[in-house]
Design a protein around this ligand. Structure first.
Ligand code: KDG
Ligand code: MG
Length: 426
């Protein structure tokens, strides 16, 4: 990758063959690219008058078009003419300046704008994003894989497959005897993708069966693979505080790396009961949007990992603040990285992971090959870690030509009911 070729007295410089005046930079246009290479992605592309553009991920699984509308009808028109280098001021313009603040849709739009602006900043300064936010705190990023099995034997087998691939940390989800569907388990042995075409499908859930089964799963996995491997589990918001306290307590002997979302994220005080009864570490926040969602959890040290994703939690600008807040309380990061976060998000998270001192682990659910036809990426997996190269900015590009071959198709996350029909958390 070519660097700055020459710098002139007036502050302008030549990068590649484009002359950039560093004293003036304006956003001239922005567009939203929606595509479906196997699943829907929404990508924001912001253009400047200096020929540099930036990309941000605006995907909100199952709610894609709401974010597109927010960007196209409300935020993009207000962006035109602003100086893209003013990431802090622009963040506050769309967050603090907006009377109707917070919420998943608005914050996904704010996040996409912020990511794209940091991408521009890095490209303009010809340096990878991590150099702008503290530089490298490590050489590589520890990641965890997903292993989902329809039953105990398959879950054990899938865990072994992840270890074979080089992962040293594995999140294990398993079909529960007596429950037809459970979170994180694919019906057809393909990789798990919760959003299904069309309107939400209804699934059924039974917490007592789940609570009886999960400790047996981790007992078995520890017997087979020993103590060295990091084990994780996602409760996916499905327990009450007392149920979660029982589960965390019964999992204590198997020394999990974490349990995730043991109770719904909005029930912050619920975590107090879990802490009284267990030392299994806790990760929360993939559905959070702002630092305010974390106040009680962090200041009372009720959790061990913050999971709010770069694409839903206000982008780089806000995630750095959340991570700093968490760090003061010895809480680490473990950012969300499911397949509904596009390669732009994954790369942006990796830059933050590289730079933070209180990085913990990164979720890594590789995208299917067809996604790499649309996105040109700058990260690679090797022996349990992701490595990111030194491409300037976030370092991911999109091929609009390939994206156009995969048009948007409505897909929704499931809705859950208890076995008697009562509506429940998914
Ligand atoms: O869109 C919903 C998914 O991102 C979520 O269900 C994935 O819980 C998840 C995880 O931990 O990856
Ligand atoms: Mg989760």
């Amino acid at each position: 990758m070519a660097g700055i070729l020459s710098v002139f007295d007036d502050g302008s410089c030549t990068v590649f063959s484009t002359t950039i005046n560093r004293h003036a930079l304006k956003i001239t246009d922005a567009k939203v690219i929606v595509c479906n290479p196997g699943r829907n992605f929404v990508t924001l592309k912001i253009y400047t008058d200096q020929g540099i553009y930036g990309l941000g991920d605006a995907t909100l699984n199952g709610m894609e078009m709401a974010v597109v509308s927010c960007l196209e009808n409300h935020f993009i028109p207000a962006l035109i003419g602003k100086d893209p280098r003013n990431t802090e001021d622009i963040w506050h313009y769309f967050y603090r300046g907006s009377y109707w603040k917070r919420g998943s849709v608005t914050m996904a739009a704010v996040s996409a704008i912020d990511m794209a602006l940091w991408d521009i900043k890095g490209k303009m300064l010809q340096t990878p994003l991590y150099n702008l936010i503290g530089g490298k705190s490590r050489d590589r990023v520890l990641v965890y894989a997903h292993a989902g099995g329809a039953d105990l034997n398959e879950a054990v087998e899938k865990t072994g497959e992840a270890i074979e691939k080089g992962f040293s940390a594995v999140r294990i989800q398993c079909g529960i005897p007596g429950i037809s569907h459970t979170y994180g388990v694919s019906g057809d042995r393909k990789s798990y993708e919760p959003a299904q075409k069309g309107l939400p499908v209804e699934q059924y859930w039974d917490t007592p069966s789940y609570l009886n089964f999960v400790p047996r799963l981790f007992e078995k996995v520890r017997q087979v693979y020993g103590d060295a491997i990091h084990l994780l589990h996602d409760v996916h918001h499905r327990c009450t505080p007392v149920e979660a306290a029982r589960l965390a307590n019964e999992l204590d002997p198997y020394h999990l790396f974490w349990i995730e979302d043991p109770v719904t994220g909005e029930l912050q005080e619920g975590l107090r009961l879990i802490r009284k009864h267990a030392v299994t570490p806790i990760a929360i926040g993939e559905v959070f949007n702002t630092v305010y969602d974390y106040t009680t959890l962090v200041t009372e040290q009720l959790i061990d990992y913050v999971r709010m994703p770069v694409s839903h939690g206000g982008g780089i600008t806000h995630l750095l603040k959340v991570a700093a807040f968490a760090g003061i309380y010895h809480i680490h990061t473990g950012f969300h990285g499911a397949t509904d976060l596009s390669p732009v998000s994954l790369a942006a998270s990796l830059h933050v992971d590289m730079a933070l001192n209180n990085f913990g682990i990164q979720e890594y659910m590789p995208h299917p090959e067809v996604v790499n036809e649309v996105f040109d990426t700058n990260y690679r997996f090797d022996k349990g870690y992701l490595h990111i190269d030194d491409t300037p900015g976030i370092g991911v590009d999109i091929s609009e030509e390939h994206a156009a071959k995969y048009p948007f198709s409505t897909a929704s996350l499931p809705v859950n009911r208890k076995t008697d029909g009562t509506l429940f958390y998914w």
